[in-house]
Design a protein around this ligand. Sequence first.
Ligand code: HEC
Length: 100
Amino acid sequence: MTNRIVITFGFTAVFASGFFMMETANAGDKPCKAATFQFDKVKAACTAGGENAAKELMKEAVKKGKAAGDAEMDCKSCHEDTKDFTKVKDGSVDKLKPLL
Ligand code: HEC
């Protein structure tokens, strides 16, 4: 009885993680451009899901920034060019640090 539950759970977990990997592989079609990263979290997002995953992480950071009182914050607060996200303004790394 209990064994059966454990086996079912194990199968579900394997199945679910398989799905997850497929999805992140798709998202990685467009890789990040930076060769080196200041933040492990950004690097991890890029490795797992490419630029799309990094964008999702950045969106969360902007949300936190807004919640912390910077109502004007958006991607352009830090990024010079939204076609090339590797170009960041001076001080952006320090600005991003508390938001990740
Ligand atoms: C508070 C500053 C800040 C804000 C706001 C911000 N970013 Fe970033 N972003 C950075 C920094 C700094 C890096 C480099 C991270 C690193 O080196 O680990 C980065 C990296 C990225 C990258 C990876 C670039 C690459 O190809 O290597 C993407 C994509 C990105 N940001 C998108 C966005 C988007 C989209 C928004 C708006 C939703 C946004 N960022 C808002 C600071 C910011």
